[in-house]
Design a protein around this ligand. Sequence first.
Ligand code: 6PG
Length: 235
Amino acid sequence: MEVKKYKDKQEVAQQFSEHLSSLISKNGKVNVALSGGSTPKAIFDYMAENKERFDWHKINLFWGDERCVPPEDSESNYKMTVDHLISKIDMPETNVHRVQGENTPSAEATRYSQLLSEKLPVVNGIPQFDMVILGMGTDGHTASIFPHQIDLWHSEQLCEVAQHPESGQNRITLTGKVINHAKEIVFLVTGDGKQEKVAEIIHKTETAQEYPANLVAPQNGQLYWYLDEKAAWNL
Ligand code: 6PG
């Protein structure tokens, strides 16, 4: 585990972009699972402003979770990524593998699981990402696995249908089976209200056991935490 602390969201964005750029240079082609939320927005804005640093033809985009809404819905993680990144770069459409939030949730969880098995290298029977980007909510959720459904993390499936605890909104989420199989997992955690849980997870306290984000532990890969000052406050 490598913990990297930066001043603010913008510095996290700059430093993470350099990390991704060097991974692409090293690997030649990367399969990346994106997260949603406000932190990635700042990352995507920075990457779009510095788009010449990336060979977009070498990046295949997937999503770690998606809301079960149409792709043009303001809630869609795919739409956020299009607005802040994809619409501003020269990325082949064939490199973009969105979760089809407009589909019936259970059917889409199955479809996306099959897509991962087709598009990603399968190692020891499980599709393997080069990098999975994750955020963490103030409740300790990650991807779309929330504390009230923490058992979804241990599913034998690659993708599951989850529900947001307040809104009940259906989500498609990767499970721990594929997330922890990645070569790299990068937590991008910024903002208020997370510092205690970040410290509990990194220091492996007993209270952390109820947080899905605490279950992120790559079997053979590397785990990075990119934190701003607010999220790293208690470290
Ligand atoms: C989503 C995200 C979610 C996000 C966290 C943190 O679909 O909402 O995937 O898991 O990563 O809620 O979001 P912020 O970066 O906005 O704090």
